[in-house]
Design a protein around this ligand. Sequence first.
Ligand code: ASP
Ligand code: MG
Length: 413
Amino acid sequence: MPILVQKFGGTSVANAEKIRRAAGRAIEAKKRGNQVVVVASARGQQTDELIADAKEVHPNPPKRELDMLLSTGEQQTVSLLAMAIDAMGHKAISFTGAQVKIMTDDSYTKARIQSIGADVIRGKLDDGYIVIVAGFQGMEAGGNITTLGRGGSDTSAVALAAAMGADFCEIYTDVDGVYTADPRIYKKAVKMKQISYDEILELASLGAGVMHSRSIEFGKKYNVTIHVRSSMNNNEGTYITHEVPLLEGILVSGATIQKDLAKITLNSVDNKPGNAARIFEHLAAAKVVVNDIIQTEISADKANVSFTVGKSDLLTAQEAIEKIRKGVHCDSVFVRENIAEVSVVGVGMRSHYGVANMMFKALADLKINIEAITTSEIRISCLVDIKDAIKAYETVCDAFELDKTVEKRNQPK
Ligand code: ASP
Ligand code: MG
C-alpha cells in the first residue's frame, strides 16, 4: 500500500471543527487505499502564545526549556486529532517526535533533523492505524526535546515522508497553493500548478514565506513531491517537484517584492585581499543578516562595496561599519534608506537569453530608476526607490504575464 503523509498547519487545526475536518481527510485518504501518516502543528497562534508565556517569566528563556514548552503545542494537536479519528470509528495513534525517533542535533530552537527511525510508525501502519506525529519537534542524542525553528512542521512532514519512502507529502494550509506573485499587492496573481524545488527555495530566500526551506531541501534530496493545498476545499493546489520540461520553458515562474530594505555603500575602500572578509566579519559578529552584496573595482587600487540589509538591522550595520571603516581606508559611507527589491525567479533563465532585458525595459518604460541589480542563475533582482516599488512590481509581473497560467502565456515555451 502506498504511504501518504498529510501535514496540517496551525490554522487548519485551530478549533474542534477544523480538527474534525482534518481527521476526515486522513480517513478519506486511508479509504482510498493509502497508509496514512499525519503531521500536525500547534493550533492557531499557540506557539506565539507559549513564547509570550515564557517571556513573562524570563526575559531571555533558556533554549532547552523553551523547546520543552513549545513542543507541548503540537502534542495537544496530535492527541486531539487521534481522538477525533477514533470518534469517527477509525484506528489512530499519536506520537511525539521523540517517540518515533526523530533525532536532531542539539541546537535548541533551530535543531536540524539527522535521522528518523521508521520502525515504530511502520509497525502501527501495518496494524491498520492512522499514525499522527507531532511536527516541529525532535530529540537530541541525550534525550532532550528540541524544536526545528518556526514553521518547522513542514520539515517534519517532508522528512517523515522521505524516511517512510513516500512519494507524496500533502501540506494543508490556509492558502490554496503557491501564487505567481503576492496576491495582496498584485491582485491578478494566479495559482501555479507546479514549481520546482530550486525556484521555491529562491522565492523563500526572497521572503515569500510559503514553506520552511529545510522541507524543500528534503523534498529535493529524497524525491518527495510536495503538494501545497487548502484545507478548506478539495481543489488541487501547487505541486513542488523537480524541474520538468514544461517548467524549463517558462522564463519566469514568480516575482517577489521586499519593502523594508536599506543599502549601505562603502566608497573607495582599499582593493586588497582580505578587505571584504574584514567588512563582512564585522557585520556577522554584529549578527546583521546581509542580503545582496555588490563589489566593483573603481580603479587599480580602490573598490566600492555595497550591500543591503533589512531596515531593522540598519543601525547595527552602520555601527559595525564605523568600526571597520578606517581600517579599510574607506572614503565615505553612503546610506540609502527607503528602497525595495523587486525580483523575478525562473529556472527558464538557465536556457533563455533576454530575460534581464525584459525586466529592465518594463521598468524603463515607466521611467523607474534601477538603483542596483543583482542576479543568481535563476533570479534577477532590481533595487528601486520605495515610492516606485508597487508600480515596479506590477509592471514586472505584467511583463512576464504572471496574471496568466503557464499555458496561456505568449512567451517562448
Ligand atoms: N508551531 C510551530 C510554529 O508556529 C511550527 C509550525 O507551525 O510549523 O512555528
Ligand atoms: Mg507553518
